[in-house]
Design a protein around this ligand. Structure first.
Ligand code: AOF
Ligand code: ZN
Length: 368
């Protein structure tokens, strides 16, 4: 492996320290080496609104950056956002060579950073370890290029593939270790989403306990009971009720007075559930939500599946059997006709968590 590749892997490692802290910005890492190849500075984007990775790495390197190489996971920015342009700092530091993982599709950058560095006589190499960098930035890339958040689906099921019994009983399928992992996920995403049926049957709070690095907004797709735990815990986290039902909106007066939001999905312009969910995802994207965790039920996940809008899954399989043709599965919807077209996990991680099988990974929709 070349030195550039090794340094890029280190930059990726640094980038990942920003998880949950930097969104809706990308996680970015950076390493500066001097002309002799010695690492003289490391940095990463630590929190939203804070200095970019390059600025931190250059600050650590000081005068030793002169004549050296800067290796960064993302194309350095050339715009003035919350901080000044990284390109100018790189040029001012006297860096001779820049190695970039991925070009930044952000409209104000989009190749402009690399062009500016080249114009200043700096040698640029783009695309080193691009696939791995892309993985660390997938949620950011989804938001910037598709305008919707990265959708993480989570469910716990029995060995016979049920997320509840035929009567709707679902507590608890998995053990305490699994629930701990779910709370960690809730603590780093921008929204935790459930369908109306799940909200009714499970009466969840959807808060992260203990709290994580960000407070996820709870989103219910469909109507909720104003007496439910979700509607009566607005002091703990924001709530959006995304509903098409315009009848008796006053039943939400109390929820709205407590700070909850009712998001009316315009039913007359949106013919079906797929269109409603697309509208909702686009709206969450407009609010710069980068990651959302969808916790069921089967209908909501089924609709998202049919929309090609499940990007990552976290699944717990408990060694239990409940049977029942009317007991729901994690993903309903129409589904696929051809087994050869089944979605696979690109990288499946397997773990034993308190006797439950925990499998997680990103969905690769391009392979059968
Ligand atoms: C970099 N290095 O470490 C990051 C970059 O609002 P701002 O100023 O933080 O700018 C956000 C945009 O800057 C973001 O959308 C992306 O294009 C870029 N992020 N760029 O050179 C970094 N985090
Ligand atoms: Zn920057």
């Amino acid at each position: 492996m070349s030195v550039d590749h090794e340094l890029m892997l280190r930059a990726i490692e640094l980038a990942e320290r920003g998880v949950g802290q930097v969104e809706p910005n990308p996680m970015v890492g950076c390493v500066v080496v001097d002309s002799g190849g010695e690492i003289v500075g490391e940095g990463w984007h630590e929190r939203f609104g804070g200095p970019h990775a390059e600025i931190n790495a250059l600050a650590a390197a000081g005068a030793r950056a002169r004549g050296g190489t800067l290796v960064g996971t993302l194309e350095p920015c050339c715009h003035t956002g919350k901080t000044g342009p990284c390109t100018q700092a790189i040029i001012a530091a006297g860096v001779k060579r820049v190695v970039v993982g991925l070009r930044d599709p952000f409209p104000q950058v989009d190749g402009g950073g690399i062009a500016e560095l080249k114009a200043a006589g700096i040698e640029c190499v783009v695309g080193v370890e691009a696939a791995r960098v892309e993985r660390t930035m997938a949620p950011y890339l989804m938001l910037v290029t598709q305008g919707r958040p990265w959708v993480i689906a989570k469910w716990a099921m029995t060995l016979d593939g049920k997320i509840a019994t035929h009567s709707g009983s679902s507590q608890w399928i998995s053990g305490p270790g699994a629930r701990e992992i779910v709370h960690q996920l809730r603590g780093r995403v921008d929204a935790s989403v459930v369908g109306a049926r799940t909200a009714k049957l499970d009466d969840p709070r959807l808060t992260a306990r203990p709290a994580g690095s960000r407070v996820a907004t709870r989103v219910v797709v469909g109507d909720i009971d104003p007496q439910s735990q979700l509607a009566t815990s607005l002091d703990q986290a924001p709530l959006i009720v995304a509903t098409t039902k315009l009848d008796c909106p006053e039943r939400y007066d109390r929820v709205v007075a407590d700070g909850g939001e009712v998001l009316w999905l315009p039913l007359d312009q949106l013919p079906d559930r797929a269109a409603q969910l697309e509208f909702l995802l686009a709206e969450l994207g407009r609010r710069r939500m980068t990651n959302i965790l969808v916790e069921g039920g089967g209908r909501l996940l089924g609709s998202l599946f049919d929309l090609n809008a499940i990007d990552e899954v976290h699944v717990f399989v408990a060694p239990k059997l409940v049977g029942g043709i009317n007991a729901v599965s994690p993903i309903a919807g129409v589904g696929l006709a051809d087994m050869a077209a089944a979605w696979r996990l690109a990288t499946a991680n397997w773990q034993n968590v308190d006797g439950d099988l925990y499998m997680s990974g990103r969905v690769d929709r391009s392979v059968g």
